[in-house]
Design a protein around this ligand. Structure first.
Ligand code: C2E
Ligand code: CA
Ligand code: CA
Length: 479
């Protein structure tokens, strides 16, 4: 039934009939009870629940003429903070109070509904972004204010997703829900406070993510993980300082797949860890391979990438040590590459992990330095052996003098701090020459070699001549 304010109430109708001998009904008595509270409301917040939202969405979609419509969902990401160290009743009371305040910021006829996982939703009869802004901005402003609980302030983080119904398309409630869920999922991948609108590109993104996950699972099931190696060349000695192990997936339909197409999804889903373990099974034997030893000696390193999640996994070190023992290789020939962003999420914990690895003899390199959020402080405080300078600092450096200043300064800084320096992404001789002048010895880039399988590396890759020898031959030529 609908009440005078236009809100739906769920009624339970029960009756009992009294009949005569022939079975004819004589009298009827019964009750009509309002069960909205039990069936359509959320016990924690007292707000209408998802079942209520479903009714409302269907009703609005069926409206003739159909009004402009948007479904807005927002999720509180850290409600657990409210419950941290306070009595549960107090936390619940604080949450309810905040929810009531949110309701007051909304137009009177808009129903705020509560969904699982601290998600809230509402249907707005609007479809222009500017109008949505006007309604949502006060709500978001309130969400950004701290909640006071037992004399303590707690800031709640939120993200939101909006699905606007396209007036010109038949739209089912299921599709509408899906769009809002996708928009919210996409907002969750961004910074807190993000509001994300559903779009066709989001749908494509979802498809891509789905496909990537299938590829990864297929590769895991069929041992389709391949280890490609790219040399890190010591240009002075003319030797291979080491080889970076780069992952490829073998897909029956798509062939060989580069990390660009799957690493992000692998990291997000946690599948990077089993992939990486498979990679290690191929990367570690490289150290003992007779062909590799013959061509590149007994001291080169194998350098492996660690994802942010792996770095936070307390079992990682044991896993690496066990793998080294199983393959009979010394852990001192292993290098791990971690990115700044991996460290940034929890610098103290990351430092401790890296410290433990170094204590076990594993070398630690900071990967992609100079891309993203470069923090110079990290260069001094983190336990590092080597810094790998990112390709973006190197790109076009031979033709852009201003970029030369930046790269030269970064190189000099790393040298001053007595870190090993590897410059990545070097593609031409001019850049090699510049780097040589600045005292850089170790270079990784297409100029020397692309990543390739071990067999090809043994057969085809030619190390450059040592610089002294190259210098001598240049002198000879001059002489
Ligand atoms: P990365 O760790 O920075 O690896 C270097 C990437 O730069 C490689 O791409 C390599 O092929 C490319 N590269 C090297 N030299 C040059 C050059 O001179 N020019 C250009 N244009 N590119 C160059 P790849 O193999 O596609 O790997 C991309 C990224 O995927 C890696 O970047 C790394 O972040 C990630 N990745 C690869 N394997 C793994 C893995 O086993 N675990 C994790 N967590 N990430 C991995
Ligand atoms: Ca790397
Ligand atoms: Ca890199």
């Amino acid at each position: 039934m609908r009440n005078a304010r236009g809100a739906w109430r769920m009624m339970l109708c029960r009756g009992l009939c009294q009949r005569d001998e022939q079975g004819r009904a004589l009298r009827m008595a019964g009750t009509l009870s309002d069960t909205t509270e039990q069936r359509l409301s959320d016990p924690l917040t007292g707000l209408p629940n998802g079942a209520y939202l479903d009714l409302l969405m269907q009703e609005k979609l069926d409206g003739l003429p159909r009004p402009p419509l948007s479904l807005v969902k927002f999720q509180l990401l850290n409600v657990a903070q409210l419950f941290d160290g306070v009595a549960v009743e107090h936390a619940i009371a604080a949450l309810r109070k905040r929810v009531q305040a949110l309701r007051q910021r909304l137009p009177a006829r808009v129903a705020l509904t509560a969904l699982p996982e601290h998600t809230f939703a509402m249907v707005l009869e609007l479809d222009a972004v500017a109008e949505l802004d006007r309604v949502l901005e006060p709500v978001e402003a309130l969400l950004a204010e701290p909640v006071e609980i037992e004399g303590r302030l707690v800031w709640l983080s939120h993200v939101s997703g909006v699905a606007i119904v396209n007036l010109h398309e038949a739209n089912s409630a299921d599709e509408w829900r899906r769009q809002a869920r996708l928009a919210l999922a996409s907002a969750r991948q961004s910074d807190v406070g993000t509001r994300c609108y559903y779009s066709e590109s989001l749908r494509q993104w979802e498809r891509y993510q789905g496909r990537a996950e299938q590829m990864i699972r297929g590769a895991l099931a069929n041992r389709g993980v391949c280890c490609y190696l790219q040399p890190i060349v010591d240009i002075v000695a003319g030797t291979a300082r080491g080889f970076e192990a780069l992952m490829r997936l073998e897909d029956p339909a798509e062939g060989l797949i580069n990390p660009g197409a799957f690493v992000e999804v692998a990291e997000r889903t946690g599948l990077i860890a089993p992939l990486w373990e498979m990679l290690m099974e191929q990367a570690l034997p490289v150290l003992k391979d007779p062909g590799m030893r013959e061509r590149f000696g007994e001291t080169f390193l194998i350098s492996v990438n660690l994802s942010p999640r792996q770095l936070m996994d307390s079992r990682l070190l044991e896993l690496m040590l066990a793998a080294c023992a199983r393959h009979g290789v010394a852990q001192s020939r292993l290098q791990v590459e971690v990115t700044e962003s991996a460290v940034l999420s929890d610098p103290v914990r990351a430092s401790r992990m890296l410290e433990r690895m170094r204590a076990a003899g594993i070398q630690v390199a900071m990967d992609d330095f100079g891309s993203g959020y470069s923090s110079l402080a990290q260069l001094t405080s983190l336990p590092l052996d080597t810094v790998k300078i990112d390709r973006s600092l190197v790109l076009d450096v031979s033709t852009l003098p201003r970029k030369q200043h930046v790269l030269a300064a970064v190189v000099a800084l790393c040298q001053r701090l007595e870190h090993g320096v590897v410059v990545e992404g070097v593609e031409d001789w001019e850049t090699v020459t510049l780097l040589r002048e600045w005292g850089v010895r170790e270079i990784q880039g297409f100029f020397y070699a692309q990543p390739m399988p071990m067999a090809q590396l043994i057969k085809q890759f030619e190390l450059p001549l040592p610089l002294a020898a190259a210098g001598a031959s240049a002198n000879d030529a001059a002489g």
